[in-house]
Design a protein around this ligand. Structure first.
Ligand code: MG
Ligand code: ZN
Length: 215
């Protein structure tokens, strides 16, 4: 019974996601669904990304948050347009929320729309929002066991950011085995090692993103 209900919810979501995807393609805007645990550094990474890209392409951000506008306020300070979605406790964004948020965006005036999903390694990976690709942030402090414990999000993503790489010497995180596990789950995934405090990998990451945005 519960399984059937979940299937119905997902197929209703997929229909709206397909509408979103068509709409984004018509407007020639690339959409990235940015996912990761709470505290993995998604918003900080986003700030660093926007700082490097806003003079090159036109970007807007949709911020998913359980209750607050804290992340949206940080993004706003970079000068990029941001739409806040509060899920009121909901643990992921769905396609209908994105469709609604896009009503207040001029998609024609954008090259890239970045959606920061709710901090969670589980269901954001299950809900298609009509994005072109998903990105998952895994910080070193979360542990190298996460790819195998949460395989779907790594299988679904086009790119993984191993973030807070500057903290590697202070943890028992095994970089080699994390990279191997991610690549085994998803042989075509791109992996970047990033640090937003030291700056490692940020130029390579933003260059990759820029190439994905060229349409
Ligand atoms: Mg955040
Ligand atoms: Zn959820």
């Amino acid at each position: 019974m519960e399984i059937k209900l979940m299937k119905n919810i997902l197929s209703a979501n997929d229909e709206i996601a397909a509408q979103n995807r068509k709409h984004f393609a018509e407007r020639r805007v690339i959409v990235m669904n940015l996912m990761g645990s709470p505290g993995s550094g998604k918003t900080t990474l986003l700030e660093q990304t926007l700082t490097r890209l806003t003079d090159k392409i036109r970007i807007a951000v949709i911020e998913g948050d359980l209750f607050t506008a804290k992340d949206a306020e940080r993004i706003e300070r970079t000068g990029v347009d941001v739409i806040q979605i509060n899920t009121a406790g909901g643990c992921h964004l769905d396609a209908a929320m994105i469709q609604k948020a896009c009503e207040s965006l001029d998609l024609d005036a954008l090259d890239l729309l970045i959606v920061e999903n709710v901090g969670n390694l589980v269901c954001p990976a299950e809900f298609d929002i009509g994005e072109n690709f998903k990105a998952v942030v895994l910080s070193i402090t979360e542990g190298d066991d996460k790819p195998l414990k949460y395989p779907l999000i790594f299988k679904e993503s086009a790119v993984t950011l191993l973030n807070k790489i500057d903290l590697l010497p202070f943890t028992n995180f095994n970089l080699q085995s994390a990279r191997r596990d991610v690549s085994t789950l998803n042989p075509t995934i791109k992996i970047f090692e990033t640090s937003c405090t030291r700056g490692d990998g940020l130029n390579d990451w933003t260059q990759w993103l820029l190439e994905r945005t060229a349409i």
